[in-house]
Every structure is written in structure tokens, then in C-alpha cells.
Design a protein around this ligand. Structure first.
Ligand SMILES: [Zn+2]
Length: 334
């Protein structure tokens, strides 16, 4: 896809980016001490063009997770993703991952949080990009395991960690199983986003709203329920759309009816994000170019989408203010 220079140069925000789905092959090679980058490695890191489901898509995460089992690799992994993003003029991003997948005898949950935060600080120093970490509970993990993440993250929220999410197979482990987790998060004042409506379930989106989610990951099933759309608009809940990923996982198949256009027209806080840069072979420039060329997103919508991203981000007010100033450069050419 050819990128127009306006999109390449404009400031961008990526709020939905999985760390383990976004490593460069070079980072994986170094972290796992592999001799070189061969076709077999690339095949393991990228979802096939004919990927049949979210379940198949999720198999691409095994190798990357094995690459983030030390403090040093977690720091370098965060830096690797921030380096890619800064080259696309991303000004702010929220990187998410499941810390429990990196716990081992030498690495505790809090070691992992501190390493990820160290990566974000280095990213600001080296690349001038602001970032925060979202911690993911996992749908297939035991309730106690997920609660441990929530309880141990409290002291880090506002200091490099900005919120909670739940990731994994939404069709097999629906939101109704996680009421306790999110009710506790709400009581603790920890902001959260919930992957919901990626596999066609409006019920999951409804539950995410009831639990108090500030944002919905994907949420595209929402288009089938106008009453719910109204509720989400009144509550000011943000939508993190990830178009390329949604087509790959078969969450949506027809580009001409992709619901972002309708969400924006309805006044919902829709945003565009990458989900998994490597697994989906994408980046912010590619996503915005796709949106403009195929998903009925006009150039004048790009500023709205950027402002929506600032508004729904979990960044503090100082960073939000700075991002809004950066966004003034998205003034349309006359
Ligand atoms: Zn996701």
C-alpha cells in the first residue's frame, strides 16, 4: 500500500498495541540468541493471510513470549516497539502485555513491571516518545492468577503503568467470567479497557460497560446494537479499533462496511490502532492509510481520531495537553 506523505508525517497515537505481537524479528533473534533471521522465524511471527480465526491468530504469540523471560529482554522489547513507533511519528502509545506469561523463578510480577517501566523511560530518552504500560489479565488463567496481577499493580499505576485489560480468546472465555476482577479494579480506582466484541458478541460489550470499562478493545460487534451504542456514547467510553487485525481474525470481512465510519458519525470516541505490529504486519501509518483508502475515513476525520485518542488515553493531563498541541499540526492542507 502506498503511503501518502500527509499520513506518514502527521503525529499519531497508538493505544492498543500488544508488546508480544509487535517485536521486530531482529529483537527476537537477539533475545533468543538465534544465529539469523530465516523464513521459518518470520512464518512463526506473522499470521498467515488466510488466518481462519482469532484462535489461530493467537498461536503467533508463543515464540515472542519466550523472548521476554528476563528483565533485560523486557526492557529491550519495550524499547524495540517504541523505536518502531517513533519512526512513524507516534507521539504517545500504550503498550500492553500479560506479565504472568513472563513470571519464572528469577522474575516476579513486580520485577516485570519495573522492567517494562524502565523500557518506557528509556524510550522517552532515546526516541522522544511518551508511553505507558497496560497490564493484561488472561482469559484462560485462573481467577487467582489474574487477581494477583491486579493487586500487585496498584503501586505502579500512574508511574508508568496506566491500566488493566484482559486478553485471550473471547469466544471461549466471555466477559461474564470476569465480573469479580473488574469490580475489584473499579473499587481500587484502576482504569481498565476490555477486549470485547471482537468475536461478534454484543453481550461482552454490554458487560464491559456495566463493569465500568473506560474503553473497549475492538468493540466492532457494537454496530449491531443501537441502544448499546447510545449507552456507550452517553458514558463517553472509547473504542480502540484495529482494522487490519479485525480482518485477519475474521472479526469483520467487508471493508466497505467496517463500522468505524458509522461510529464516528454517531459521535462515538473511535480510534485507530495497530493491535499487533508484527503478527498483523502493520504499523500506524499503514492503518491510517488503509482507513483513508478503504474504510470511508476522510482526511478531515484524522484530526478527530487523533483527538479521540488523546481524550480516551490513560495518560496524565500534562501529556494529554502536550499531545493536543502536537495534534495542531494535523490541520488540513487548504
Ligand atoms: Zn488486542
Amino acid at each position: 500500500m502506498t503511503h501518502n506523505s500527509f499520513i506518514s508525517n502527521m503525529p499519531k497515537i497508538d493505544l492498543h498495541c500488544h508488546l508480544d505481537g509487535s517485536f521486530s524479528p531482529e529483537f527476537i533473534r537477539k533475545a533468543l540468541k538465534l544465529p539469523d533471521i530465516d523464513d521459518q522465524l518470520i512464518t512463526k511471527l506473522k499470521a498467515p493471510a488466510d488466518c481462519s480465526s482469532l484462535t489461530q491468530y493467537l498461536t503467533c504469540f508463543d515464540l515472542p513470549i519466550s523472548a521476554i523471560q528476563t528483565k533485560e529482554n523486557i526492557i529491550n522489547g519495550v524499547l524495540d516497539v517504541l523505536s518502531q513507533a517513533s519512526s512513524e511519528n507516534v507521539k504517545y502509545m500504550e503498550i500492553r502485555f500479560a506479565p504472568t506469561c513472563s513470571v519464572n523463578e528469577n522474575l516476579s510480577l513486580t520485577d516485570i513491571y519495573e522492567a517494562a517501566i524502565a523500557g518506557t523511560k528509556l524510550g522517552l530518552e532515546k526516541y522522544g516518545i511518551y508511553s505507558n504500560i497496560i497490564l493484561c489479565a488472561m482469559r484462560h488463567h485462573q481467577p487467582d492468577t489474574n487477581l494477583k496481577v491486579l493487586e500487585s499493580m496498584a503501586d505502579y499505576v500512574g508511574h508508568g503503568i496506566c491500566g488493566l485489560d484482559i486478553a485471550g480468546d473471547e469466544s471461549q472465555f466471555p466477559n461474564q467470567l470476569f465480573q469479580e476482577l473488574f469490580s475489584k479494579a473499579k473499587d481500587m480506582g484502576i482504569p481498565f479497557t476490555i477486549h470485547s466484541g471482537e468475536c461478534g458478541s454484543t453481550e461482552n460489550v454490554k458487560l464491559a460497560c456495566q463493569y465500568g470499562a473506560k474503553r473497549i478493545g475492538h468493540g466492532i460487534a457494537l454496530i449491531h446494537d443501537i441502544n448499546l451504542m447510545q449507552d456507550i456514547r452517553s458514558a463517553g467510553i472509547g473504542l480502540e479499533l484495529c482494522p487490519t487485525s479485525n480482518f485477519q481474525t475474521r472479526a469483520w470481512s467487508d471493508m466497505s462496511t467496517y463500522p468505524l465510519r458509522d461510529f464516528l458519525d454517531y459521535g462515538l470516541l473511535g480510534t485507530i490502532n495497530t493491535d499487533n505490529r508484527t503478527v498483523s504486519n502493520t504499523n500506524m501509518t499503514t492503518e491510517l492509510t488503509l482507513a483513508k483508502s478503504k474504510l470511508n475515513i476522510r482526511e478531515e476525520d484524522l484530526l478527530t481520531i487523533y483527538k479521540n485518542s488523546v481524550e480516551i488515553s490513560f495518560a496524565d493531563d500534562n501529556i494529554k495537553h502536550k499531545l493536543l498541541t502536537d495534534g495542531n499540526s494535523i490541520l488540513l492542507p487548504t
